[in-house]
Ligand binder design. Sequence first.
Ligand SMILES: [Mn+2]
Length: 153
Amino acid sequence: MQDLSKLSKFKNIMITTSKNPDMDGYACCVAYSNMLNQQSIKNEPVFFGNLQPEPKYILKKYKIKPIKSNIKTNNFDAVILLDCSADFVVNKTIDRRKIIQIIDHHKNPELQYFPNTKFKYEKIGSLATYFTELYQKENLKIDKKMQFCFMQL
Ligand SMILES: [Mn+2]
């Protein structure tokens, strides 16, 4: 299992992606959150802005309640950023110093804006591939909501 124990020292971790997320970013937040839940690490997947038409359509089609959106960010003591590593796509209310981890597949990460982060780059077409493989490798449980997200990628 991937070493998630370092994350258990945080009281409440926000997992998020770029503003106005696409299917990839959205699905990754759900997948990572589910992984942390299985380890009893408190976290909240959140998105900012509005969903792109694709995730909006999928959630509606399968009657899945979306994750929280556009909430206050100061109650979180750590933030994990998925599928993005450019400053301008990250909601401006998020304290950059709280971002402890970024996993992304885009080139040219702007790590100068994220001083406390551990960065992981995956050279793949969509970041959800990384989580799909991780789930298979670790034989993790996939809940129904997630399955629908991944089916579309
Ligand atoms: Mn992506």
